[in-house]
Design a protein. Sequence first.
Length: 160
Amino acid sequence: MNCLRGLVTLSIMKNPVAQFRAARSVALSVMVVALSVSGQPSHAQDRFDALRNDPEIHEGLLAISIGRLVRNHCDTIDARVFRAWAFAQSLVDRGISLGYSRAELEDYLESDADKDRYRSLARAYLGARGAAVEDAQSMCRLGRDEISSQSAVGRLLIEG
């Protein structure tokens, strides 16, 4: 009710300074009401928390990130294109089942913060296994190990 009264008052004021103060007061009131009604933090990244916290999507995107690094840094290993596409599609289907649209899923995948997070996790995975993108031999060795163990990463790759 105070917000409505503030908007009415704002519309009939003649003094620009008073209008600014009233507008600021209305804006603050609207923010307080919106936050108390939603009970949720207001930063935009929160809309993707369900994707970030879903084990299937998280592990799947991490496997894709690691596989991409391996194939980009080892000349003898490539992607199993159809299998990788089908796997990626299963992750899209999972995201849709969580209530996200294709456009929202694309926004998540294009998020610089999330790209950086997955790159960091993938590099940590490589480092824990003695591989580094600067060392093609170590990347090829890791790729062969992943393929032979039929890990989630290895199922996306093929040597040859």
